[in-house]
Design a protein around this ligand. Sequence first.
Ligand code: UDP
Ligand code: MG
Length: 322
Amino acid sequence: MIEPNSSPPVISIVAPVYNEEAILHELYRRMAETLDAIGETWELVLVNDGSYDRSFEIMCELHEQDARVHVVNFSRNFGHQIAITAGADYAQGEAVVVIDADLQDPPSLIGEMVQKWREGYEVIYAVRAQRKGETRFKLWTASLFYHLINRITGVDIPRDAGDFRLMDRKVVDAMRRMREHHRFMRGLSVWVGFKQIGVEYIREERYAGETKYPFSKMLRFALDGITSFSYLPLQLATYLGFFIAGLSVLGILFTVILRLSGSQAFFGQASTLVIVLFLGGIQLISLGIIGEYLGRIYEEVKQRPLYIVSDAIGFREGGDGS
Ligand code: UDP
Ligand code: MG
């Protein structure tokens, strides 16, 4: 049994966990090894995002063994980004490191991050120089997504950087003030500013288990990223509208001239039908885009809490999830 720290730790590690029973022991072992070698006081904040396997029991066991392991247990699954948010809310360290629980992000990089932090950097994000064990489809869609989001949004999100990063207390406090529901954490952590730097690493394969991000979740995640930093999609309807209106003026002129010169072109139903269907499609897409934003606005105005915690284990007084 390892006793808890007597004062707030220097380093907090935040790991979101969703059905990772096969990984937790190894995660703890590797974390403890790395962090003990760094030689600062630390805590490991495990956020159980509504797992239905043995993850929560294992977390409690780990806490019994080592009181520096703290557990936030959600009442249900709230999603990866919300789990990270909760972890950062509860973390009390001077530096907070967000890391995936599946050991795709190597804990051994934390040493380098802490060193950069000591040099005065306030956000140290990990850049994937190489990604192992990911499908070509995932690599391709990810590359397309980062290309797109950097083109159309004001924030310059580093390519190939995930959520694995070290943030100074100042950055965490700034981020905690943003309580939006559709959270794109890697964007928010760029948006707040501060001194940022990347460190490269090779992204490993999952230690065990399988990805919790099927394509549908990835798509939603990408939409959240785009809609929370850009309204270009909304403006697209305006641009398209002007373009098509301009085109139709030309079309009117063209048909008038054809008629005057006695041509039989454009008499059929087919051309009308095609144009009406085309415009109908564009209008529905535009409505859908407005809907995406409207739904998000609706969710924000309801002002529900971001997450509901059923147990918080091992935190000192004042650890909170406001
Ligand atoms: N995760 C979570 N809630 C979810 C989905 C995932 O907390 O609803 C956690 C998961 O346990 C892991 C991290 O988020 O620690 C990243 O998920 P995953 O490894 O499945 O994503 P990938 O690496 O395949 O993109
Ligand atoms: Mg993973």
